[in-house]
Design a protein around this ligand. Structure first.
Ligand code: PY5
Length: 306
């Protein structure tokens, strides 16, 4: 999916023209992956653009940095303002937003402490991650030969750049085998999550998602879906999900900022339920889109005006 350039990227406190948003080749994070990032979406609403759960995303960025011992040079409040400025000055209505904190030029040894921590925010128009067709009819996923990282290896609850090498290998294996997306097991053999999405299943009307302790990222879309389900009177639980349990589920779907709410129609060539978007999946998907687009009452606190 190509990137649609905009006018400016926010870098270390100021907006710079898109083409000039460059870093030195010896940027520490480029070599070793010690950086943290976020993925956020802004949606068009009847009263103007609104960034979905912006503060929660920035709190997670701060949390990711804390987990890996990186000191961010900006407060959560300053980062929230940087995102709003970037969206506003680029005249964007609907966009994907990518804040990243990384170690810049300064040292080349593994100890990153001598390199300055730099922060940037880019935003551009980006369609749904797994495609419009996937959103409607579901995607086909492959159980990855790569296990999801374990906390004894890398911190799964941080959006650490290095973690995404694990995700990339899973993604490549899946697409090279003709699937849309991968699904990763953890070291207990239970289903953890996708390379960039959390997983939900539906069993006899009950929504189930693996707890974060199953090595899943604490997804903000995941949290939103859990809250929406409970308000809709759909029972929702956080429980380990074995592969057998997934195969026997009535419905399954992915959640994520990029992937939004994407149904899963097949896992390793086995259809899930009727092999189409499930009934509860469709209901939650529609509700999610109404909420992010400001069409549902009671969720104004999740919408940050720019
Ligand atoms: N799990 C992983 C490993 C993720 O990278 C993501 C988000 C999620 C779950 C879902 O989290 P949330 O609901 O908070 O977005 N992935 C990024 C995204 O912007 C990057 C995808 C390319 O969706």
């Amino acid at each position: 999916m190509s990137i649609n350039p905009t006018k400016f990227i926010w870098m270390d406190g100021k907006l710079v023209p898109w083409e000039e948003a460059k870093v030195h080749l010896l940027t520490h994070t480029l070599h070793y992956g010690y950086g943290v990032f976020e993925g956020i979406r802004c949606y068009r609403t009847p009263t103007g653009p609104a960034v979905f759960r912006l503060r929660d995303h920035m709190l997670r960025l701060q949390h990711s940095a804390d987990i890996v011992g990186m000191k961010l040079p900006y407060t959560v409040e300053e980062l929230v303002e940087a995102v709003k400025l970037t969206v506003r000055e680029n005249g964007l209505e609907e966009c994907y937003i990518r804040p990243i904190a990384y170690c810049g030029y300064g040292v080349m040894g593994l100890n990153p402490r001598g390199a300055p921590v730099r922060v940037a925010v880019a935003a551009w128009q980006w369609g749904t991650y797994l495609g419009e067709e996937g959103l409607r009819n579901g995607v086909r996923v492959k159980i990855s030969p790569y296990r999801r990282i374990h906390p004894s290896v890398l911190p799964p609850q941080a959006k650490l750049v290095a973690n995404y090498a694990n995700s990339i290998l899973a993604k490549l294996d899946a697409v090279d085998s003709g699937y849309d997306e991968a699904l990763m097991l953890n070291f207990s053999g239970n289903v953890s999550e996708g390379p960039g999405e959390n997983l939900f299943i539906v069993e006899k009307g009950v929504l189930v998602t693996p707890p974060v302790s199953e090595c899943a990222l604490p997804g903000i879309t995941r949290d939103s879906i859990l809250q929406l389900a409970r308000r809709e009177g759909i029972p929702a639980r956080e429980e380990p999900v074995s592969l057998e349990r997934l195969y026997e589920a009535d419905e399954a779907f992915f959640t994520g900022t990029a992937a939004e709410v994407t149904p899963i129609r097949e896992v390793g060539d086995r259809p899930i339920g009727n092999g189409r978007r499930g009934r509860i999946t469709a209901r939650l998907q529609e509700l999610y889109f109404r909420v992010v687009r400001g069409e549902e009452e009671g969720y104004e606190h999740w919408l940050e005006r720019v």
